[in-house]
Write a protein that binds this ligand. Structure first.
Ligand SMILES: C[S@@+](CC[C@H](N)C(=O)[O-])C[C@H]1O[C@@H](n2cnc3c(N)ncnc32)[C@H](O)[C@@H]1O
Length: 290
């Protein structure tokens, strides 16, 4: 990330959620706050009839719609797993690399027993807190923890908060490992292992090696890599599923599920008339600590 600048990719992700919520029939993930949370530039684009028409055209949905699918698909998957974890009694939710995720606005009050930790880069977090202030006081069960993954471990950052190491927690880490060196991602998972109790869960998305992609998927990944480079958040992290599984299993995690892009399309985007689907360039990984 560029020093002193809040995450531009977080704004782009919020804009894609906003467009999906406002314009898709039967949204895969509904985020009524995403529009207000994104940047002025994205808001202008999402308020212009011509760009809205283009962004929701059949051609766009079949191409750039892969990006929308990735962004709404990962949030839907993570919150489905979160709700199952809450039913099992998990009472700590850690949003790692929270960006402009609006769970705090959407659901914090519904789950007063759930302690929510938003962990993010200080520049992104400061900008988000300014935006959240327009909604008044934040629910008492939300706490912000600043971190730069490249400089500090998540265990050290969470120690500064009220996070309870003896209680199981649910960690979601969405849209972030792509921008970190693979070593940083593995170190962060190892650090979660150090601080989280047995039974804790982690849901994250990761990119597979772009050389395994073909056609539109490969072109799409090249486009995203140029776009994120332009936003000063270049893509750095890719994994081979088998290698990643071996690495996390050695740390003490069980791989509960590794859902491919096709698996995500089948589960959440089946036979959509708007043709939005999930890219095969990223997977969702669900881990549990033994
Ligand atoms: C694409 S956004 C994803 C945000 C959100 N999870 C979502 O799904 O919309 C990437 C997030 O990673 C965070 N991030 C990137 N590099 C980071 C770093 N070195 N330390 C801490 N956070 C970082 C950014 O601040 C941003 O919130």
């Amino acid at each position: 990330m560029k020093e002193g600048q809040s995450s531009r990719t977080a704004e782009a992700a919020a804009a894609l959620r906003a467009n999906h919520f406002q314009n898709a029939e039967n949204p895969v993930f509904s985020d009524p706050f995403a529009f207000e949370l994104t940047s002025k530039g994205w808001k202008a684009l999402l308020s212009t009839p011509f760009s809205v028409k283009v962004m929701n055209s059949s051609v766009f949905n079949r191409t750039f719609g892969l990006l929308t699918g990735q962004v709404v698909g990962r949030s839907r998957y993570a919150e489905d797993q979160l709700h199952a974890a809450i039913e099992r009694g998990v009472a700590q939710y850690v949003l790692v690399g929270a960006g402009l995720d609006s769970f705090t606005l959407r659901q914090a009050q519904q789950y007063p027993q759930l302690k929510i930790y938003e962990v993010d880069h200080p520049d992104t977090q400061a900008a988000k807190q300014r935006k959240l202030r327009q909604y008044g006081a934040l629910p008492a069960n939300v706490e912000f923890v600043a971190i730069d993954f490249e400089k500090e471990s998540i265990a050290d950052a969470l120690v500064r908060s009220s996070f309870k190491q003896g209680q199981a927690a649910f960690f979601s880490w969405l849209g972030t490992t792509h921008y970190l060196e693979p070593e940083t991602t593995l170190n962060t998972l190892n650090s979660i292992k150090q601080i989280a109790a047995q039974g804790s869960e982690v849901v994250l998305d990761y990119s597979i090696d772009y050389r395994e992609l073909e056609g539109l998927e490969r072109l799409g990944t090249l486009f995203v890599s140029q776009f994120t480079r332009f936003l000063k958040e270049p893509l750095k992290g890719q994994f081979r599923p088998k290698t990643l599984h071996q690495a996390v299993e050695q740390m003490g995690y069980i791989v509960t599920e590794d859902l491919s892009g096709d698996g995500l399309s089948e589960r959440y985007f089946h036979a959509r008339p708007d043709h939005i689907r999930h890219t095969i360039a990223t997977h969702m990984l669900h881990l549990r600590l033994m």
